[in-house]
Design a protein around this ligand. Sequence first.
Ligand code: FE2
Ligand code: FE2
Length: 170
Amino acid sequence: MKAIASKKYIDENDKTTAEFFNITKDLLSLEQMKDLDNYIQHLNTSRLQHSINVAYYTYLLCKKFNLDYTSATRGALLHDFYFYDWRIDKPEKGSHVSIHPKLALKTAQSLIELNDIEKDSILNHMWPMTHKMPKYKESMIVSLIDKYCTVLEVFTQFKNRCVQRFRLST
Ligand SMILES: [Fe+2]
Ligand SMILES: [Fe+2]
């Protein structure tokens, strides 16, 4: 397990990633979390990989700024905790942008207890596409890192496709 563009494998025995592993291990062992691997989020990135990407970079940034990185990391890992393919269908009326954070929060709360930072990180991660701005610095970072990882995931896939085409043509 590793985050996109990171050279570090997330491992409980690794000095630099063990803390991230310990913060997230109970969530990553949930069957519902593993199920996220069956959904595509962006191009060839699964929703589980996207969630790990957002959680890992949120962890690094919040730790660097001495914020509540535990809550931010857990909130980030749960920010897209929903189970439908938004390109095909959605279970409720309304736009995908506004309904999936509510569904993610509902699912997460049915399985674990969440604090205010974790709840806000899930519920308002789509800002500014949704109206309510994240209330905490930690949840604002989750929202920003979500966009950063989306760009990274799309760009990486695009770059890989270009490299592949170049190799085939030479
Ligand atoms: Fe989302
Ligand atoms: Fe996301």
